[in-house]
Ligand binder design. Structure first.
Ligand SMILES: [Fe+2]
Ligand SMILES: [Fe+2]
Length: 271
């Protein structure tokens, strides 16, 4: 990514402010700047979309794979991963939001929109959790997230989380959902969804719970405002009613997915 020095200095408050910053503060500021620049590309309104072949050509130009989880890679060039705060002995969902999923802006905005639109609580919860598995892995994140939450949420919430991934590739005018330009930018304009996604879409079209994942995609699509102020507090009652927090702590409860939570709690474990 090309950096315009003057733009960068201006965002920090000018040359004088920069001269007072230590090198660590400058490095952090640069990382923030680059991440904002990356957001600009992702939310760009440039009408020229890459082809699938062009998207593939970029693979060997990166120092990471696009499917790697957010906890495991610093995606901006030159950036380093940070030392993470330790988790408490009995971690709760709130602890993961605070120190592993943070800033979690996108999912908090999705859930806030779902709540504002008067969606059922199971759907608000699905919106809140739908992309959080991206801390672990981005590739097939809906399927990973559904598995990660299955022991702790209702069947319908897990269903909504799982299948939002397939439905986001298919427009549904009845719900006001259009195929997002963001996906043309990320996947290429001539992208054809993978066979499992197409098969799941065929299954979902006639499923009595079709609406659940569809509502996640509807609230997903409109939730990329980087300036929105969000917090998990408005969702505490819904989490209390619909999330079965294990008393031993997530990762310590010997559930079939406890290892996923342990991996996110300690992503620096080398083996
Ligand atoms: Fe998603
Ligand atoms: Fe999302």
């Amino acid at each position: 990514m090309e950096i315009k020095r003057d733009d960068f200095i201006t965002t920090l408050g000018g040359d004088e402010t920069v001269s007072r910053m230590d090198s660590e503060a400058k490095a952090d500021a640069l990382e923030d700047f680059l991440s904002t620049e990356l957001d600009k590309i992702l939310t760009s309104t440039d009408p020229n979309f890459p082809t699938v072949a062009e998207v593939e050509q970029k693979i060997p130009t990166r120092h990471y794979r696009m499917g790697a989880g957010n906890l495991f890679v610093a995606t901006t060039p030159g950036a380093k991963v940070k030392t993470l705060p330790p988790m408490p002995d009995k971690p709760t969902l709130y602890d993961f939001f605070a120190v592993r999923f943070a800033p979690a802006n996108h999912v908090l905005q999705s859930a806030a929109l779902a709540m504002k639109n008067g969606m059922p609580e199971e759907i608000v919860l699905a919106c809140l959790l739908h992309d959080t598995a991206q801390a672990l892995l981005k590739a097939d994140h809906g399927y990973w997230a559904a598995q990660m939450y299955t022991p702790y949420v209702s069947e319908k919430t897990a269903f909504a989380i799982k299948y939002h991934q397939a439905l986001r590739f298919f427009a549904d005018p009845a719900y006001g959902y259009e195929y997002p330009d963001l996906y043309r930018r990320l996947f290429g304009e001539d992208y054809v969804p993978l066979p499992h996604i197409r098969a799941d879409y065929q299954m979902l079209k006639n499923h009595p719970w079709y609406e659940a994942p569809r509502l996640v995609t509807v609230n997903d699509y409109y939730s990329f405002d980087p300036n929105a102020k969000v917090s998990i507090d408005p969702f505490r009652e819904i989490i209390g009613r619909h999330f079965k927090q294990p008393k031993e702590g997530l990762g310590n409860d010997n559930s079939p997915v406890a290892h996923m939570w342990r991996t996110m709690a300690r992503p620096d474990t080398p083996l």
